[in-house]
Design a protein around this ligand. Structure first.
Ligand SMILES: Nc1nc2c(ncn2[C@@H]2O[C@H](COP(=O)(O)OP(=O)(O)OP(=O)(O)O)[C@@H](O)[C@H]2O)c(=O)[nH]1
Ligand SMILES: [Mg+2]
Length: 443
């Protein structure tokens, strides 16, 4: 479904592959190609512009990973930007802490609201939930027949609104709430009316429903085939009634995929599911990371990028090793390492990013408990600059001052000092010498 985006980006990469390094000129050319690709894939113009500026800034930034070619560099940046727009992880459907959880689905006519109500009901009943469905359409009372039929197919309960109830909607909604609570349904899934265009009357109707039901999820259902129209109306729904999340439908068709990117960027709300077919099991949790890889469509290069990122960590480790050779390691460096470790999740993860053999073999013997990292950081923070540079001066009274300042015990301070000394000794002594001798002298 993201073939177009993917195809265009491949062309950019092909162009950059011939370039030795990133310059202002080839970056301009690449950015022009990226811009066209995104616009052709129906990504919102403003989103494209924003994207372009960020990519340019990052690509020309001196801090980019030296070991990547320009093409790989740009892929990395595009991936990072896609992730920063779409988010890293799939966002879960919210359930209310005091049931029933109410999900209210809104959107333009024909976007797939009623079908999606059925899909969602099926999805939550697979989670052992007990959903109740209701259709709320003041203009078109017959609209509920469609949802009723769906519940019959799915063998799920349906709440039927009578004509009289429809005549006094706020009373009807309160009856509905009572009925739902009394029978222990959770969630209550509310289908609403769609219009060809957003109009004030519809917005008022939806606001009234929202105010009475107070839904935990107010979900905009957007037809991805309609591209920018879906994006524009999502923005209006967000402004007028407020949304919590988005479901994009019909991504099984030849939608150009740009809507997904734009809709999140414009509304700031996450896509939680995508509809990929008319049947009720054609609902998928949306995984932004997978989408980013699919858009880039090049798993091989992405894994290369990941390796380069590991290599960057390795380069930091090498820089540290060089300092060690000169016996210049200070607590300031040690703290930097701790921060880096924290960034990477845990010490064990950090170590697993380094080659396990050769010069780094000794590292895994440095058994620092992951949880201790935070404590160590606090202790280092309590040291004076002088103490960090020259740990030898840390005598007994300084130790107790540092312990008090960091809220840790003196024995922990002692432990850190000991570990630091050991690390220094071990790195200096053996394995690192081999590594150091293999480093180019220009470093
Ligand atoms: N291919 C495909 N078709 C879908 C998907 N979701 C919904 N549809 C179809 O889109 C059409 C409209 O769906 P509805 O669920 O009736 O849309 P609606 O938003 O309730 O429409 P109104 O109530 O008239 O506003 C139906 O033919 C559905 O089968 C999807 O993910 N993929
Ligand atoms: Mg409908």
């Amino acid at each position: 479904m993201f073939d177009q985006l993917s195809g265009g980006l491949q062309k950019v990469m092909k162009f950059l592959r011939g370039e030795g390094k990133i310059t202002e000129k080839n970056m301009d050319e690449a950015l022009k190609m990226i811009r066209m690709t995104f616009l052709e894939a129906d990504v919102n113009y403003r989103v494209v512009k924003d994207f372009e500026e960020k990519i340019k800034g990052k690509a020309l930034d001196q801090k980019v990973l030296m070991s990547l070619t320009p093409a790989q560099q740009v892929i990395k940046i595009v991936r990072d930007e896609l992730t920063s727009i779409l988010g890293q992880e799939a966002k879960k459907l919210e359930f209310s802490s005091s049931p029933p959880s109410i999900f209210m689905l809104v959107g333009l006519q024909g976007s797939g609201k009623t079908t999606t109500c059925g899909k969602l009901a099926k999805w939550v009943s697979n989670l052992q939930k007990n959903p109740l469905l209701v259709s709320f359409d003041l203009k078109r009372p017959a609209a509920q027949d469609q949802l009723k039929m769906i519940t019959e197919i799915l063998k799920l309960p349906f709440y039927e609104m009578t004509k009289d109830q429809m005549a006094s909607p706020s009373g009807a909604l309160k009856d509905l709430l009572k009925h739902t609570a009394n029978r222990g349904y959770d969630p209550l899934i509310v289908d609403t009316a769609g219009r060809l265009h957003v109009d004030e009357e519809l917005m008022q109707e939806l606001r009234m429903v929202k105010d009475i039901l107070n839904p935990v999820e107010l979900i905009y259902v957007g037809d991805s085939m309609t591209g920018q129209d879906a994006v524009k109306s999502a923005q209006i729904f967000e402004e007028k009634i407020g949304l919590t999340s988005i479901i994009l439908t019909k991504l099984d068709g030849d939608a150009r995929g740009g809507a997904a990117l734009s809709i999140v960027s414009v509304t700031g709300k996450p896509i939680k599911f995508i509809g990929i077919g008319e049947k009720f099991d054609k609902l998928e949790v949306f995984h932004p990371d997978r989408m980013a890889s699919r858009v880039l469509g090049m798993g091989d290069i992405l894994s290369l990028v990941e390796k380069a990122e590991e290599k960057a960590d390795l380069e930091e480790a090498e820089a540290l090793a060089r300092k060690l050779k000169k016996n210049e390691l200070t607590f300031e460096d040690f703290k930097k390492q701790l921060v880096q470790m924290k960034k990477m999740g845990s010490l064990s993860q950090f170590l697993s990013h380094l080659p396990q053999g050769g010069p780094f073999k000794g590292l895994s013997k440095l058994s620092i408990d992951d949880r201790k990292i935070l404590h160590f950081e606090a202790i280092i923070n309590s040291m004076t600059g002088e103490e960090r540079e020259n740990p030898k001066i840390i005598n007994g009274s300084r130790r107790s001052r540092i312990a008090r300042g960091s809220g840790r015990s003196v024995s922990e301070v002692n432990q850190l000092l000991k570990q630091f000394a050991e690390m220094k000794k071990m790195m200096k002594k053996s394995h690192f010498q081999k590594l150091l001798s293999s480093l180019p002298s220009s470093h």
